[in-house]
Write a protein that binds this ligand. Structure first.
Ligand code: BES
Ligand code: MN
Ligand code: MN
Length: 462
């Protein structure tokens, strides 16, 4: 292991340079215009995986973006870890709010990143974090110290719902057979408190349209006499929550697992400074479901949020118009044991029910995903715990995250294994936002920690 860590410290600068190159390629999976660049990114990742020492490196074609695969099988007697990551990124919009180009990575110091952070779309989510695994692997191969069999599966459609990954995993179940899945696509609480993600929320994502008159109308000539779809949509959305910020869709909470008081007390012990939280977001107060703390609201409770809303005249100046239609995109974050399809149906039925006369409502479901919780009594969890303890020098704590990675529950269904979520980003790294960044400290810490994970995992599995 000494040689592994030595190799890492000797090649640090190159590791960072390579990540910068990777971050220059705009692999925006949501936008078809970037299909060629996205493929180039997959090729870049495959190349690096190969030069790090992986065998059978290949791009597997799908109906969408290719999946990068590679492996290093050391011995059938050793456990096998499947490493998952994604090379696709979210669109950088709104581009004008970036201080530097989203695909022109630069290093800048910040309060939380005194050593510097790389600013670029995908720096943290997930190129920077997926790349740590390739570099940790390279170091282990070089030092001839690989305590497990490794398989890598890095996809290009996570940010658009991983639609082709499920069928791929089913088709190549044997090739992908493993004892656990390791991924770094989540966060840690802070440098002082490393954490292991043990929960993800599910997702139900819906688009709605409210159609009123068959054309835009003069808001003076017709206003007051014809239902205004924008007004109606706002009223309908406002009614989806009550005065306690509870979601009013009938039966919405039926399947929500109640978390025990002990567990709630535990999770609220995690270090969290509400003042710092508010200051970072520029808000004077937090808001959410009555009876729950901010940490609970973002982990064990479901949500309903408008992600976008439009309709009517939004150009410069004033145009007097009574719009013909209004639209919104709405996400609901789900917790165990809510099921995305069931929730989508409850929403759809309810939204149609509350539509007043004079408008026509259409509900269109988008992608969804199941929530996931991972146990803390497995070899993979304990290995992650020991690895973080080793490199941070502090006992890590389990944490349930508010984000979603729908494939985690799919891995459990298809491979019959639990995942271990060993992320290294901070929640303040602005993933999906302008000026996304990833700390250099975090990048190197990840590369140093991952080899220990394999070492401890292999010895715990013996
Ligand atoms: N890596 C994130 C999820 C995440 C972020 C988990 C931070 C835990 C902490 C992932 O890339 C993501 O953004 N997922 C989407 C869902 C997907 C179906 C588009 C999300 O959570 O919005
Ligand atoms: Mn991600
Ligand atoms: Mn993401």
């Amino acid at each position: 292991m000494k040689n592994v860590q030595e190799y890492i410290s000797q090649h640090k600068d190159r590791f960072l340079d390579e990540l910068m190159e990777l971050l220059k390629i705009p692999s925006i999976s949501a936008d078809k215009a970037f299909i060629a660049e996205t493929r180039k990114t997959a090729e870049f990742v495959a190349d690096k995986l190969k030069s790090a020492g992986a065998d059978k490196v290949q791009l597997f074609e799908t109906e969408g973006n290719p999946i990068v695969y590679g492996e290093k099988m050391v011995s059938p007697d050793l456990p096998t870890v499947l490493v998952y990551g994604h090379y696709d990124v979210q669109p950088p919009d709104p581009v004008e709010l970036w201080d530097s180009g989203p695909f022109e990575p630069v290093i800048k110091k910040t309060k939380l990143h005194p050593e510097g952070a790389i600013f670029a779309r995908g720096a943290c989510d997930d190129k920077g974090q997926a790349y740590m695994h390739i570099k940790a692997f390279e170091a282990m191969v070089d030092a001839n110290h690989l305590p497990c069999n490794l398989k890598f599966m890095i996809e290009g459609e996570e940010e658009v719902g991983s639609v082709n990954l499920g069928p791929f995993c089913k088709e190549y179940k044997e090739m992908l057979a493993c004892d656990t899945v390791l991924l770094s696509d989540t966060s840690i609480i802070s440098r002082d408190t490393p954490s292991i993600t043990v929960g993800l929320r599910g997702l139900s994502y819906i688009e709605v349209e409210v159609q009123g008159p068959n054309k835009d109308l003069h808001s003076g000539v017709f206003g007051g006499a014809v239902a205004n779809p924008v007004n109606i949509l706002c009223e309908m959305i406002a009614g989806l929550k009550d005065e306690n910020n509870r979601i009013t869709i009938p039966n919405f909470y039926d399947d929500v697992v109640t978390v025990t008081d002990e567990e709630r007390a535990m999770m609220n012990k995690a270090p969290f400074d509400i003042e710092v939280y508010k200051e970072n977001l520029g808000i004077d107060d937090v808001a959410g479901e009555v009876g729950y703390t901010t940490l609970e609201r973002t982990s064990i409770r479901p949500t309903l949020d408008v992600n976008g809303i439009w309709g009517g005249y939004i150009g410069e100046g004033a145009k007097t118009v009574l719009p013909a239609k209004a639209n919104a995109k709405i996400s609901m974050r789900l917790v165990p044991n809510q099921e995305p399809e069931k929730i989508t149906k409850l929403f759809s039925d309810h939204f149609n029910n509350i539509a007043p006369k004079g408008v026509k409502v259409t509900v269109t479901p988008h992608h969804g995903g199941f929530p996931a919780v991972t146990p803390t009594d497995t070899s993979e969890y304990m290995a992650a715990h020991q690895a973080l303890l080793k490199t941070f020098g502090t006992t890590p704590i389990p944490e349930r995250s508010g984000g979603s990675i729908p494939i985690v529950s799919m891995f459990e269904d298809v491979f019959g294994v639990k995942s271990v979520m060993l992320g290294f980003g901070f929640n303040t790294d602005d993933i999906h936002s302008p000026n996304e960044h990833y700390g250099i400290f975090n990048f190197y810490k990840g590369i140093e920690t991952i080899p220990y994970f394999y070492e401890y995992y292999a010895s715990l599995k013996k």
